[in-house]
Write a protein that binds this ligand. Structure first.
Ligand code: SF4
Length: 320
């Protein structure tokens, strides 16, 4: 059995909502089949107020063994480093987070806010928010770059806004069943099994990307969303087109550009005007080209692709 304590900091509860929709395995499967014992969760726990504080104190002291500490939301440090903008029971949440992270065998950050600071940490960051072990791409965050939990691992980052429910539940299963040592983490401490390929991997619009046929309106069932709608699929490491949402779809399949929410820079360009749902260009050339490709190679690819695009690539592919 693995005891799990889940807390929220500067959060919208989006990752909790996502987690409650998990199917492979579901939350019920986690409890009944994989031995997860949820000590407390903001939406599932029945304890309130002083009862939760007593439980957390027992976790900190070691009286109650805490195998996995899950944190959702940013660590709020305002005002003036006190964290008083985000209090829980008798203390600032940031102080609970520090003590609980150091008492847990494993620490898991769920969602962009807990991993990199996310939207709350967007400039000018009035809440002085940070992620558990990163602030955007900078290693360190609230716990510091050298932090390791009692099991000897750094914070396991599962980003996304929100994270896909199955990414969360499958990582919890791996830890609960003693396979945490098999988890390869990338340089941003994300499980490599989910965050090595790109959102573009498996996208149904890949051929349109190659032929430089553009989607020009949200929801359009033809074209690629990169050229006119700012799709970040080529730059974003996520399995959104391999492990589908609700088992059936993804943003790009539905005609909505990937917004790059699993990367530390999200929201990209701090939401500056002209950068949302747009691919910034200079002299017609995107400022960013897909990783591993030079601008010269990119130019050659689109010139060749555009010139050879067949008629079907310009048509609605779902019309019979
Ligand atoms: S829609 Fe996005 S993810 Fe799909 S092929 Fe185009 S750029 Fe890549």
């Amino acid at each position: 059995m693995a005891n799990v304590l889940w807390l929220q900091g500067g959060a919208c509860s989006g990752n909790t909502m996502s987690f409650l929709n998990a199917e492979e395995p579901s939350v019920v499967d986690l409890v009944l089949d994989f031995g997860l014992n949820i000590l407390w969760h903001p939406s599932l726990g029945v304890e309130i107020g002083a009862q939760v504080e007593e439980l957390m104190n027992k976790c900190v002291s070691g009286e109650t063994e805490m195998d996995i500490f899950v944190f959702e939301g940013s660590v709020i440090q305002a005002p003036d480093g006190t964290g008083n903008w985000n209090r829980f029971a008798s203390r600032a949440m940031k102080d609970w987070v520090w003590d609980l992270a150091h008492a847990a065998k494993f620490v898991v950050a769920i969602g962009d806010c807990a991993t990199w600071g996310g939207i709350p940490a967007t400039a000018p960051n009035p809440s002085d928010s940070t992620g558990l072990q990163f602030l955007k791409r900078s290693h360190g965050g609230f716990l510091g770059a050298d932090f390791v939990s009692k099991a000897g691992l750094p914070v396991i980052n599962i980003p996304g806004c929100p994270a896909h429910p199955d990414w969360i539940s499958q990582i919890l299963v791996a830890i609960a069943t003693g396979r945490a040592g098999d988890l390869a983490l990338d340089d941003l401490q994300r499980p490599a099994t989910f965050f090595t390929s790109f959102t573009q991997t498996g996208c149904t619009r890949n051929m349109h990307f190659a032929y430089k046929v553009s989607t020009t309106e949200f929801g359009q069932r033809k074209g690629c969303l990169f050229y006119d709608l700012g799709c970040r699929g080529p730059f974003t490491r996520s399995p959104c087109n391999r492990i589908l949402w609700n088992r059936v779809s993804s943003k790009t399949r539905a005609g909505m550009p990937c917004i790059g929410c699993t990367e530390p820079e999200f929201p990209h360009h701090d939401l500056a005007p002209g950068t949302v749902f747009a691919t910034p260009t200079t002299l017609g050339l995107p400022n960013e080209v897909p990783p591993g490709m030079s601008k010269r190679t990119y130019l050659t690819m689109v010139a060749a692709g555009k010139g050879s695009a067949p008629q079907w690539a310009k048509d609605d592919i779902f019309v019979v």
